[in-house]
Design a protein around this ligand. Structure first.
Ligand code: GTP
Ligand code: MG
Length: 362
């Protein structure tokens, strides 16, 4: 699973990417077509909470893959700039982090000269929708041909594509259509990898003097996100980059000085993880305490399969408790003695934060 950072040129995408990956990538306004790829760790306070009661040699957080796509220019859907190449990068991601410039800084030029996040969002989303419209129109032609021969599957495809065409013609993203579709149609639409259908998180890149995001620009992005089937997180990429340079103690001091409990970046990383439809379960032992990513709604055998494919095949049962159980009873032995250790079978649907011991036979 992979999230992609998307937005207009020079609005802080690489700054957000670098901060998230703690890489010191040079942010000199690259706009190259080669995307930057990185693995991002998902900060999770529950790992330390587990470690408070279970000693271990190492702690391994969950991760997700992140791509820094170069800036999208107006006309990309018609091949402007490195248009089609950019759009192809976006097509491959499972979710979009749409960075929007909300900070004022006369030293940093803006491609549209003024700061207006809604205009910027509109320009980017229009390119995505135009690219989708092209796919939709071609698919309609194709499906019409096949439907004439009585192919049932083609009829369903035609009906869905016509709905997509209507939605896009009204200037609305396919994201907004998802909820109105039945599960079969959703699955079909996903198979087309439409750009404007991808789950989207708007990342408002705010000024250092407006960390709460109370200024007008941020409020407008928030409203837009709510009205257009997206979510929003605000971060100050510049400040996050500075925080990343500090050691643990200095960072805590700086955050306290700002009245924050954790970097906004942590909030962003977790939001992106959820946007990808992922949640974590834990394994904990003397060798390692580890968070594992698993798709929301996965069963216990599928979760076991993320550790090792053999574990899925040979799954017998899983013993489960929670971080809250551990905090109350202080040890896994005590949880068991209190009768709170659950034993679940192959139909068990994993819950976020389950601490697991899998039993399997290979
Ligand atoms: N004041 C201020 N400047 C920022 C902030 N975020 C980024 N910048 C500056 O804005 C400029 C562009 O930032 P980048 O991160 O390279 O922007 P980008 O969107 O990746 O640009 P392209 O890859 O060229 O499309 C750099 O000079 C950054 O230092 C911020 O939060 N505040
Ligand atoms: Mg960049």
């Amino acid at each position: 699973m992979e999230a992609g950072i998307v937005g207009l040129p020079y609005i802080g995408k690489t700054a957000v990417f670098s901060a998230l990956t703690a890489l010191r990538t040079d942010t000199g306004g690259s706009s190259s077509a080669k995307p930057n790829l990185a693995i991002v760790q998902i900060p999770d306070p529950r790992l330390a909470a587990i470690n408070h009661h279970i000693e271990t040699q190492k702690i391994v957080p969950a991760t997700m893959q992140l791509v820094d796509v170069a800036g999208l220019v107006v006309g990309a859907s018609k091949g402007e700039g490195l248009g089609n190449k950019f759009l192809a990068h976006i097509r491959n991601v499972d979710a979009i982090l749409h960075v929007v410039r909300c900070f004022e800084d006369p030293d940093v030029p803006h491609i549209n000269d003024t700061i207006d996040p809604i205009r910027d969002i509109d320009q980017v989303e229009t390119e995505l929708m135009l690219a989708d419209l092209e796919v939709v129109e071609n698919s309609i032609k194709n499906a019409q041909r096949k439907a004439r021969t009585g192919e049932k599957e083609a009829k369903a495809r035609l009906e869905l594509m016509e709905r997509c065409e209507a939605q896009l013609s009204e200037g609305r993203t396919l994201r907004g259509l998802m909820d109105d579709l039945n599960s079969e149609q959703q699955k079909l639409l996903k198979s087309f990898a439409m750009l404007s259908a991808k789950p989207t998180l708007f990342v408002a890149n705010v000024s250092e003097d407006d960390l709460e995001g109370s200024n007008d620009h941020v409020q407008r992005v928030h409203k837009y996100a709510t009205d257009h089937g997206g979510q929003m997180v605000s971060v100050c990429a510049k400040l996050e980059a500075e925080l990343g340079e500090l050691d643990e103690t200095e960072r805590t001091e700086m955050l306290e000085g700002l009245g924050l409990t954790e970097p906004a970046l942590h909030v962003l990383a977790r939001a992106a993880y959820h946007l990808l439809g992922l949640q974590s379960f834990f394994t904990a032992g003397p060798k390692e305490i580890r968070a594992w990513p698993v798709a929301i709604g996965s069963t216990a055998p599928q979760a076991a399969g993320t550790i090792h494919t053999d574990f899925e095949r040979g799954f017998i049962r899983v013993e489960v408790h929670t971080v809250a159980n551990l905090e109350e009873y202080k040890s896994e032995q005590a949880i068991k003695s209190a009768g709170k250790l659950r034993v679940e079978g192959k139909d068990y649907v994993m819950q976020d934060g389950d601490v697991c011991h899998f039993l399997f036979n290979v």
